[in-house]
Design a protein around this ligand. Sequence first.
Ligand SMILES: [Mg+2]
Length: 124
Amino acid sequence: MASILVVDDEAQIRDLLKHMLTASGHQVLLAENGNEGCRLYRQHQPDLLITDLVMPEQNGIDMILELKKAFPAMRVVAISGGGGITGSFDYLPIAKLVGARHILKKPFGMQDLKAAVEDVLATD
Ligand SMILES: [Mg+2]
């Protein structure tokens, strides 16, 4: 069992991930933007951060960069449907550059998420 922080501005995605991860036996914390995600990560220091990239307040890339300074060994899985201001920019490769172990393009299958989570939790 691991503690996992899920950050996404879409309530539907947060609920879906919470349901799926809880069913796998994990403890799940939810945040709806990067600011809240930063605050909860610092407070609880979960085993894994799963984050959306395009969000109001603070985006996922900025949140990862900020947290990496304090927690260099942080484990991250990034999820995104692309988008952003132009609607076509793909942030996932940038997430990988800033330290996300896995990147998943929405919509992804639950098996893909499960595999990514298990893999990232199995590594130091
Ligand atoms: Mg979003």
